[in-house]
Write a protein that binds this ligand. Structure first.
Ligand SMILES: *Cc1c(COP(=O)(O)O)cnc(C)c1O
Length: 415
């Protein structure tokens, strides 16, 4: 770590970064949207590339001196196209939300009807939440999930036929089943809508064949690069060739200024890693680990929405045991496990309290956790749920030691 360099200038910030490193090393990370990127990716992001302005596209910039960043951005584009088998890739979006915003800017006009998954059912803010630009500037119709935690495609079709959206979004932040992109495409075609697949969460699974690809079907595919894909924080838009020029314009000058070439270099490095056989094994293990965790929790008598998972995440349903997502997420933090509260289908609690906790395997899998370790994690969680009201000090201590033992078995960013 470059901590000493920071410490010379700013001891206060250096100390906080150091304690964040320690937190990551000594707690089990189950937030489904987080991961541990490689040192190579971090080094690229912390490089001299942060100094360069490069508005425009590779070899067509508004600034001089871009000969190196042109090549780096071109490499990132080529690797994204190769990894996902895409026609065109724009690697400039600063985040997943920016990627989605650019697609909106290109594909629809303010006031047009857009259909996405409801936020409290697992959708993302940028899919039409009333507090997001998407909900503020567009006429949003939403679909949800049924009690089994599955998308009801007949219902999606009905809503689409009734409201005739111009853009349909398939993709979620909390959905544990395989998304049927073909079915979404059929519905989109029937009503004459564009289809955007937002694979922010499942990108690594799509890239490695663990989840069916949206590419034969979607007009636009957006993703983050920092979730399962394990790169730097950022976004990518991929699309069919016919939309390439329009999407590029929507990103710049549409919604962004200069691209973050240091982050784009980090994306290039992460995409190289993602093209490796090791990454294929990683993505497979992510799914095995999520299934093992879900099974362990169910074996302990807890409910999982939909009774299992097909991907990297699941939602613990606490209604039967009479606990809230807020209390359980808080007790988990005390025992050394980080996760976030989340609504369950037809949640009786408010979004600030909730009856669920979302759990994901990508970060723990990066550390090296295998199925047996996830089984132990499930047991720790089940015991923690029991003491979420009493906050029994001895029990907290015991569970925290068990979490720490797992972390020490798989050291992170050592030396
Ligand atoms: C995380 C996420 C995003 C947004 O990513 P940011 O980089 O946080 O802006 C967009 N869509 C989905 C489905 C996500 O899960």
């Amino acid at each position: 770590m470059e901590l000493d360099v920071i410490r010379e200038i700013d001891a206060e910030v250096a100390e906080l970064i150091e304690s964040e490193l320690k937190r990551q090393q000594t707690t089990i990370e189950l937030i489904a949207s987080e991961n541990f990127t490689s040192r190579a990716v971090m080094a690229a992001c912390g490089s001299v590339l942060t100094n360069k302005y490069a508005e425009g596209k590779p070899y067509k910039r508004f600034y001089n001196g871009c000969e190196n960043v042109d090549k780096i951005e071109e490499i990132a584009q080529m690797r994204a196209k190769k990894l996902f088998n895409a026609d065109h890739a724009n690697v400039q979006p600063h985040s997943g939300a920016q990627a989605n915003m650019a697609v909106f800017l290109y594909a629809v006009k303010p006031g047009d009807t857009v259909m996405g998954m409801d936020l409290s059912n697992g959708g993302h803010l940028s899919h039409g939440s009333p507090v997001n630009f998407s909900g503020l500037y567009f006429d949003i119709v939403s679909y949800g999930i049924n009690d089994n935690g599955e998308i009801d495609y007949d219902n999606v079709r009905e809503i689409a036929l009734q409201h005739k959206p111009k853009l349909i979004i398939a993709g979620a932040s909390n959905y544990s089943r395989i998304i049927d992109f073909k079915r979404f495409k059929e519905i989109a075609d029937e009503v004459g809508a564009y289809l955007m697949a937002d694979i922010a969460h499942i990108a690594a699974l799509v890239a490695t064949g663990e989840h069916p690809s949206p590419f034969p079907y979607a007009d636009f595919v957006t993703t983050t690069t920092h979730k399962t894909l394990r790169g730097p924080r950022g976004g990518i838009i991929m699309c069919k060739e016919e939309h390439a020029l329009g999407i590029d314009k929507a990103v710049f000058p549409g919604i962004q200024g200069g691209p973050l070439e240091h982050i784009i270099a980090g994306k290039a490095v992460a995409l190289k890693e993602a093209l490796s056989d090791d990454f294929k094994k990683y993505a497979h293990q992510v799914v095995l680990n999520a299934k093992a965790l879900a099974q362990s929790l169910m074996d302990e008598g807890l409910d999982i929405v939909g009774n299992g998972t097909d991907n990297h995440l699941m939602t613990l349903d606490l209604r039967k045991v009479g606990k809230t997502g807020k209390d359980v997420a808080n007790i988990l933090e005390l025992v050394g496990i980080t996760a976030n509260k989340n609504t369950v289908p037809n949640d009786p609690q408010s979004p600030f309290v909730t009856s669920g906790v979302r759990l994901g395997s990508p970060a723990a899998t990066t550390r090296g956790f295998k199925e047996d370790d996830m089984k132990e994690v499930g047991k720790i969680i089940a015991e923690a749920v029991k003491i979420s009201d009493t906050k029994d000090e001895d029990k907290i201590k015991e569970l925290k030691e068990r979490s720490l033992k797992l972390c020490q078995k798989y050291p992170l960013y050592k030396d």
